[in-house]
Design a binder for this molecule. Structure first.
Ligand SMILES: C[S@@+](CC[C@H](N)C(=O)[O-])C[C@H]1O[C@@H](n2cnc3c(N)ncnc32)[C@H](O)[C@@H]1O
Length: 288
């Protein structure tokens, strides 16, 4: 990058062209987000201050962040922030970057809670990561009692920061299974568990390789944790409770087969995401 004085406008134009040539997604947006982050301003500020010259320090910092993005590091990790459900969440490499499919999981969960008329629900978010599910459900259902677990202590630290930032009370628990809970306490167990087949992970986009493996790896068949929850979650659900999970787009058949072998469940409903893929499953506990 040339070292002469640069204005916001020139730097944005130059970076957009540069990123486009390098094949980086959303080049203009990336340039704007990085520059706004460095200037500690919002993106609108850039447009209103097009002619503002940048200092050498700002330029050097920009160059450093640009290099990280060119090495495929996700933008969210570089700026330590991701928008989700119109809120801003802290993210670090200790947690996966929340995805739009997970917003669908939350929408479906809210529909179920409303349909059932649950006004004071006890909800467990299993594998909370950055805490997005627990925080959003806690915000949307004011009287919910939210509990969130994760196997990762650094992830729980991020989730706690997000709960604090959004003023949601959540009981966080470091745990690898459900056994520390009393039976039949929860109305809903919601989870976006790791569900990618181990062998598929290295074939995924280079950006995904920056995300924590324990958040992605669903074992040999991708069903290690989905299977675990299907086998155990009913014990911790109240009568008429629900297990609601995000799943892989091609996992419906295997999940149906598993459910059919488990009399603890009444049946499953599958919901599509906005790309038309079945990405959410709702399973009702068999109380008969
Ligand atoms: C796919 S990420 C979901 C994170 C977050 N809920 C979201 O939707 O963005 C799965 C999470 O499950 C956690 N996890 C993996 N194994 C676990 C286990 N045995 N017990 C609890 N959490 C686990 C991972 O650390 C990770 O944070």
């Amino acid at each position: 990058m040339p070292t002469e004085t640069w204005t916001i406008k020139r730097l944005l134009q130059w970076t957009t062209d540069f990123l486009q040539k390098k094949g980086v997604d959303a080049p203009r947006l990336t340039a704007e987000i990085l520059l706004a982050h460095i200037l500690k301003k919002d993106r609108l500020y850039l447009y209103v201050h097009y002619d503002q010259p940048l200092t050498l320090y700002e330029l050097a910092t920009f160059k450093k962040l640009l290099k990280r993005r060119l090495s495929h590091e996700p933008l969210a990790y570089i700026i330590e922030e991701q928008a989700f459900w119109s809120l801003s969440f802290k993210v670090t490499p200790a947690v996966i970057i929340p995805r739009p499919e997970t917003e669908r999981l939350i929408e479906v969960s809210l529909e179920i809670i409303q349909q059932r008329g649950l006004t004071l629900p006890w909800i467990l978010d299993w594998g909370t990561g950055s805490g997005v599910i627990a925080v959003v459900l806690g915000k949307e259902i004011k009287k919910a009692h939210m509990v969130a677990t994760d196997i990762s202590f650094p992830a729980l630290k991020v989730a706690k920061e997000n709960a604090f930032k959004h003023k949601v009370k959540i009981d966080f628990v470091l745990a690898r299974d459900l056994t520390l809970f009393k039976s039949t306490v929860f109305d809903i167990i919601v989870s976006n568990p790791p569900y990618i087949k181990t062998e598929d992970i290295p074939t995924l986009a280079p950006e995904i390789q920056y995300e924590p493996i324990e958040a992605l790896d669903g074992g040999e068949d991708g069903l290690k944790y989905i299977g675990y929850l299907l086998k155990k979650a009913h014990v911790y659900l109240k009568s008429k409770g629900y297990l609601i999970m995000e799943i892989g787009y091609n996992q419906r058949k295997s999940i149906e087969k598993l459910i059919a072998s488990l009399p603890c469940w009444k049946g499953a409903l599958f919901f599509k995401d906005y790309a038309g893929l079945e990405r959410v499953v709702v399973i009702e506990k068999n109380h008969g």
